[in-house]
Design a protein around this ligand. Structure first.
Ligand code: ADP
Ligand code: MN
Length: 177
């Protein structure tokens, strides 16, 4: 059940790399005092992976290890989880799932200036064009908790953070009866 016993909600912020997840989550954590969990950093720091993918230059995440690591924290509530994937977390963890989306040419420039090129760049742009994360979120969570938010400009970020802060502050635990 969504919100099962938590005093504060958990939010998942997902989207293609470069759509602004980490920027948005940091600001949201500052505004609400909740814990920002950057799953990519966690995987690196705690070694929750099965080696390195040479083609896409990233760790091969061990989803079971990540879920075991996060279970207790998620049960307590008050977390913002930041990751470019969403189909392996337990559905019951989240009260709100946000999918950030960015215009393809803007995203292309952001990823290029981050040093992405070749198959890694192309794969991520295609991921955005085909709305892979939005489809994954809709397939993995109840549709009424999934929200797509545009993240092209700094004004978009401000608006998204304000909206999510309001949502967070207005959230109330569900009664069990
Ligand atoms: P992600 O965590 O989704 O990979 P980041 O938050 O690290 O994305 O953002 C990647 C880069 O793009 C950063 O330099 C960030 O400042 C910039 N950026 C992200 N979202 C926006 C936005 N909506 N408007 C302007 N710049 C953005
Ligand atoms: Mn990030």
């Amino acid at each position: 059940m969504a919100g099962g016993g938590r005093a504060r909600p958990n939010i998942l912020v997902t989207g293609t790399p470069g759509t602004g997840k980490t920027t948005t989550c940091s600001l949201l954590a500052d505004a609400t005092g909740v814990c920002h969990i950057n799953v990519g950093d966690l995987v690196r720091e705690k070694g929750l992976h099965d080696g390195w993918d040479e083609e896409f230059e990233c760790h091969i995440i061990n989803e079971d290890l990540v879920c075991d690591e996060l279970e207790d924290k998620m049960e307590d509530g008050g977390n913002i989880v930041d990751y470019h994937g969403c189909d392996f977390f337990p559905e019951r963890w989240f009260d709100c799932v946000v999918v950030l989306q960015t215009d393809n040419s803007i995203l292309h420039d952001r990823l290029s200036s981050r040093g992405y090129m070749g198959p890694k760049l192309i794969n991520n742009i295609e991921c955005e064009i085909f709305q892979v994360l939005l489809e994954e979120a809709k397939a993995s969570y109840p549709e009424d908790i999934v929200t797509a938010l545009q993240s092209d400009t700094v004004e978009d970020i401000s608006r998204n953070v304000t909206k999510l802060t309001e949502w967070f502050n207005n959230w109330r635990p569900r009664r069990s009866s």
